[in-house]
Design a protein around this ligand. Structure first.
Ligand code: CA
Length: 361
């Protein structure tokens, strides 16, 4: 807001209430500066730019009254320390994925991606209208954080391998970068899951420190140049069928905002959540084409028998979280009940339609 406009409006308000310009109204209208720390490399396509977009939305919607500055991984804190940084108030906002915080709370894993779990559209249904968001807020409350959805990648790819995966045995002994519950599933079939932030993946794969990796999908994987370090590109991403990215906010910083700015922050996240999925959907197509035609990537589908076994193990792994603590059980129960219902609906809507559209005529 231009200073003269502000003074005019403040003056009118003062006249209307018959009061002078109080220090409270002056500070409420003053510019608030927030820091957003992210797990992503600065400006990384889709994820980093998604965080930038969210900050820009907040800046624009508040007309600059709340200014959010984005910090990429390692600019202010290392990528996996953003949760603590925002919890402690070093920054006011964080942009990441909840499965990174398993060490803080087992239940956190349900709010990003569950192997053989929900698609993007289904996640949004659970979070916004199926009780998921309330449980997520309860999960982060002990850390003084308010979480919300702020992006989604859609169905990811299964990953990059330097050998073909024909049977489950081909996963044995494989050292693979794969986060969250998918990593635990890999562990149970004899592989070694490794947790690496995005910026560390390419060099680790190229140097042979890891044998395989998953990252996101064609748009992001092309940008990282993963095709230079592995030639077989597998689908589908059974371990991340619609990963929700998150924004979490320091609770005290949020409480200090006036109501309109609080609403702007939460609704900007909602817009960013939708926009990221739209961007991935649009850009993955073109990137996949480039990978296959220009870079001669070998596209492979996981064999059905491998997928069936991974699904059985995934259900075991996910079910075990329910036994860890009371909150995890309640989150699991909510997630499972919603999943069963939405599967019944999507069997006769999305799946029926996609089958019909894909059928050869
Ligand atoms: Ca991934």
């Amino acid at each position: 807001m231009k200073r003269r406009d502000f003074l005019n409006k403040a003056g009118l308000a003062a006249v209307a209430t018959g009061a002078g310009l109080s220090s409270t109204s002056a500070s409420a209208a003053a510019k608030t500066r927030w820091k957003m720390v992210t797990t992503w490399p600065k400006n990384f396509p889709g994820l980093g730019t998604g965080a930038n977009y969210l900050a820009q939305l907040i800046n624009d919607m508040s007309d600059g009254r709340l200014h959010v500055k984005v910090y990429g991984a390692n600019e202010l804190v290392p990528p996996f320390e953003i949760f603590d940084a925002v919890s402690q108030g070093t920054a006011e906002m964080g942009h990441g994925a909840s499965y990174y915080w398993k060490g803080k709370s087992e239940a956190a894993q349900f709010f990003s991606a569950v192997p053989f779990g929900l698609t993007a559209q289904e996640m949004n249904g659970w979070l916004y209208h199926g009780g998921g968001m309330e449980l997520w807020q309860e999960t982060y409350a002990p850390f003084g954080l308010i979480p919300t959805a702020a992006g989604n990648t859609g169905v990811q790819m299964g990953g990059w391998f330097n050998r073909e995966i024909k049977t489950l045995d081909d996963l044995k002994g494989l050292k693979m970068r794969i986060p969250g519950l998918g990593g635990e599933v890999l562990h149970r079939v004899g592989g070694t899951p490794v947790s690496l932030s995005g910026g560390e993946i390419f060099t680790s794969l190229q140097s042979g420190a890891i044998d395989a990796t998953e990252w996101v999908g064609p748009y992001n994987d092309l940008a990282f140049g993963l095709y230079k370090a592995a030639k077989f590109y597998y689908y589908p991403g059974w371990h991340e069928p619609g990963t929700t990215l998150e924004c979490f906010i320091n609770q005290k910083a949020f409480a200090a905002l006036p109501k309109d700015l609080q609403s702007i922050v939460l609704n900007a996240c909602k817009v960013a959540n939708q926009d990221m999925l739209a961007e991935y959907t649009a850009r993955n197509n073109a990137a996949l084409h480039t990978l296959v035609t220009e870079h001669k990537v070998q596209l492979r589908r996981f064999p059905d028998a491998v997928m069936q076994k991974l699904k059985i193990i995934s259900d075991e792994v996910v079910g075990e979280i329910a036994k860890k603590d009371d909150l995890s059980k309640r989150v699991y129960d909510s997630f499972r009940a919603y999943r069963d219902q939405v599967i019944a609906w999507h069997d006769i809507s999305e799946r029926a339609y996609l089958n019909a559209r894909g059928a050869e005529s």
